[in-house]
Write a protein that binds this ligand. Structure first.
Ligand SMILES: Cc1ncc(C[n+]2csc(CCOP(=O)(O)OP(=O)(O)O)c2C)c(N)n1
Ligand code: SF4
Ligand SMILES: [Mg+2]
Length: 283
C-alpha cells in the first residue's frame, strides 16, 4: 500500500469512528491511483470539527475551509479545474447544521463532487452539543435535560434536493465503506455518503447500530420511490432497521457539464481564457 500518511500527530480519541473513515478513504485513493487516477488530481476539503482533521492525516492536496463551508470551495475547485476529483469531508454539525444551505445547493446543482459526512450525531470538537441528527431527548452539554426536537433525515432531504448518488455506511463496516466510497468518487455528479461514525466520547451508539444495521439487497437504486422508502425506513430517531448501501443513483448533467457547454470552444480560444474573458467583460 502506497504511503499516504503525514507527519501530523493524530489527536482523535482512541476508538473514534473517524479512524475507519481515514483507513477506508486512504485505501480507496490507493486503489484508484493503481487504476490510473493521479493522486495530484485529488483534493480533499474539510470543515471544522474532529472530522476535519482527516485532511491533515492524508498526504494529498487539501483545503481546510471553515465550519459549514466545505461545499462552496469544493464546487469552486471543480468548476475551475474539472480534471480534479474533489472530496469534501464534513461533520453532521458542519453539513446538516450551519452549512445546510450549501449542501442543498451543491445537490441541487449536481456539482460533480463527493460529500463524505462524518455523522456522529453530535458536535464532537466542541465537546458534546446536539446536532440536527441527534435523536429526541439527546442529553449533551447544551441540552442537559434532553432535546425537545426531532432530528432531520438528511438523506431524504438530499433526495428531494437533487443529489444523484445517495448512500449510507457505518464506521464499523469498513469493507462496505470502501466499496461505497469508491462508487461515490467515481460517480459523475453530486454524491453524498452519510457515515454513521461513532463518537466514543460524546455519543457512543455502537451497540445501537450493531443491532439494527443491515445491507441493502435486491434494491433498485435507479428507482426514486424505492430509494425514498428505504431512506424513510429509519428516521434517525426510531428503533427501525437501518439500511446501509447505495439508496439512489442517477445519471444527470452536472453543473460543470452545463457550465462548460455554454463556453464550448467554437473558435480557437482555450475554454479557460474564454471564461476569463466573459467574466472580465461582466465586471
Ligand atoms: C463559522 C464557525 N461556526 C462555529 C464554529 C464552532 N464550531 C467548531 S467545530 C463545531 C462543531 C463541530 O461539529 P461537527 O461538524 O459535527 O464535527 P465533529 O466535531 O463532530 O466531527 C462548531 C460549532 C466555528 N469554529 N466556526
Ligand atoms: S470527541 Fe468523538 S468524534 Fe471527536 S475524536 Fe473523540 S471520539 Fe472522535
Ligand atoms: Mg459531529
Amino acid at each position: 500500500m502506497k504511503e499516504l500518511g503525514t507527519y501530523a500527530p493524530n489527536t482523535w480519541c482512541p476508538g473514534c469512528g473517524n479512524f475507519a473513515i481515514l483507513n477506508a478513504i486512504k485505501s480507496v485513493l490507493n486503489t484508484l491511483n493503481a487504476e490510473g487516477l493521479p493522486l495530484e488530481n485529488v483534493v480533499l476539503v474539510s470543515g471544522i470539527g474532529c472530522h476535519a482533521k482527516i485532511v491533515d492525516y492524508i498526504n494529498v492536496n487539501s483545503f481546510y475551509s471553515i465550519h459549514g463551508r466545505v461545499f462552496p470551495p469544493a464546487e469552486g475547485m471543480k468548476l475551475a479545474n474539472p480534471n480534479l476529483k474533489v472530496i469534501g469531508h464534513a461533520g453532521d454539525g458542519d453539513a446538516y447544521g450551519e452549512g445546510l444551505e450549501h449542501l442543498i445547493f451543491a445537490a441541487k446543482r449536481n456539482a460533480d463532487i463527493t460529500a463524505i459526512i462524518h455523522n456522529n450525531r453530535v458536535y464532537g470538537l466542541t465537546t458534546g452539543q446536539y446536532t440536527p441528527t441527534s435523536p429526541l431527548g439527546f442529553k449533551g452539554r447544551s441540552t442537559p435535560f434532553g432535546t425537545k426536537e426531532l432530528p432531520i433525515n438528511p438523506l431524504e432531504l438530499m433526495l428531494s434536493s437533487g443529489a444523484t448518488f445517495i448512500a449510507r455506511g457505518t464506521s464499523h463496516g469498513i469493507e462496505l465503506l470502501k466499496k461505497i466510497f469508491k462508487e461515490a468518487i467515481l460517480h459523475k455528479g453530486f454524491a453524498i455518503v452519510d457515515v454513521l461514525q461513532v463518537c466514543v466520547t460524546y455519543y457512543n451508539v455502537y451497540e445501537y447500530y450493531e443491532r439494527r444495521v443491515y445491507e441493502l439487497k435486491d434494491h433498485d437504486a435507479s428507482d426514486y420511490n424505492q430509494a425514498l422508502n428505504k431512506i424513510r425506513q429509519w428516521d434517525y430517531n426510531s428503533d427501525a432497521p437501518i439500511a446501509l448501501g447505495v439508496f439512489y443513483k442517477k445519471d444527470a448533467p452536472t453543473l460543470e457539464d452545463r457550465f462548460y457547454k455554454d463556453f464550448a470552444a467554437k473558435d480557437n480560444i482555450d475554454r479557460y481564457a474564454k471564461i476569463k474573458k466573459v467574466l472580465e467583460e461582466s465586471i
